[in-house]
Design a protein around this ligand. Structure first.
Ligand code: 1BO
Length: 290
């Protein structure tokens, strides 16, 4: 793995670069919490920020990005910003409006990446393929207009991807999945990669009992790193772009120090196969109640 800093990049299928670690904002509360977290991440070297309409913090995230750009003198092109389409807005017309609303809320001229957050919303359960095809068409148009610089998916499984491919003119460039210890989703990651997608991994630390796991504690001792750093490094070595989230500056800084050690392959496999961590269930998108 040739990555050596937060600004190391993967190349997306359209040639655009995407930094190998993103800063996650899921469950960061709109207002001071999300604003301060994103500003702190940017000041500490993160260049890739991930939000979503569903996180209800696009406004604060956008404000932090714009304040940072103004204060730092960096240009917009040095940042990589993602947001996502939420479930109420699937279908062609609603997606067009949702893209414009996200841009307006974030006060940005364009997004580096826009994802369909969930493949099969409850509201569209009997017509999800058609709804996704309509959303994708709207996204392709926004891509052609320069509002979106790359298009992708989140939580899509094989059959959702295959359905989208029937009508897509632009192939999806990213699949953002839950990738954490005990839930490596290696098969789906591999399938997505074969279809030309880069994998992003949300919740790299999972939840539940990661921090009290005896195996993770032993690895932390072996490598002299925190359990969070082991999780993020593992995600990188899995070939995913980890999206660690924190609202504490010391952890935001600590989570970025993952480029000067390497996990042995056998430890990566052990982490992938961990059980009993009581991690939040990786929901089946065809059955989730939203
Ligand atoms: C269902 C939301 C997952 C994190 O983006």
């Amino acid at each position: 793995m040739e990555f050596n800093s937060l600004t190391s990049t993967y190349t997306l299928a359209n040639g655009n670069k995407i930094p190998c670690v993103g800063f996650g904002t899921w469950q960061s509360e709109d207002g001071d919490e999300a604003y301060n977290a994103v500003l702190s991440a940017l000041k500490n070297g993160y260049r890739h920020i991930d939000t979503a309409t569903a996180y209800e913090n696009e406004e604060s995230v956008g404000r932090a990005i714009n304040d940072f750009l103004r204060e730092s003198g960096l240009s917009r092109s040095e940042l990589f910003i993602t947001t996502k389409l939420w479930n109420a807005d699937h279908g062609y017309e609603a997606t067009k409006k949702a893209i414009d609303l996200s841009l307006k809320k974030m006060n940005l001229d364009y997004l580096d990446l826009y994802l369909i957050h969930w493949p099969n919303p409850l509201k569209f359960r009997d017509c999800w393929e058609e709804a996704n095809a309509g959303s994708w068409k709207a996204m392709e148009e926004a891509y052609d207009e320069g509002k979106l610089r790359a298009l992708g998916l989140s939580n899509f499984r094989q059959h959702h991807i295959e359905a989208l491919e029937k009508t897509a003119k632009i192939a999806p460039m990213v699949n953002q999945l839950m990738v954490c210890p005990g839930q490596a989703q290696r098969e789906l990651c591999e399938f997505s990669r074969k279809r030309g997608m880069i994998i992003e991994g949300y919740s790299p630390m999972g939840t539940g009992k990661i921090f009290s796991s005896e195996e993770m504690q032993a690895l932390s001792k072996k490598y002299g790193r925190t359990i969070a750093q082991i999780c993020i490094r593992w995600s990188l070595q899995e070939g995913a772009i980890p999206l660690p989230k924190s609202v504490h500056e010391e952890r935001i800084i600590e989570n970025a120090k993952v480029f000067d050690f390497e996990l042995e392959k056998s430890d990566c496999d052990l982490i992938a196969g961990l059980t009993g961590l009581e991690i939040r269930q990786n929901r089946n998108p065809d059955e989730a109640p939203f």
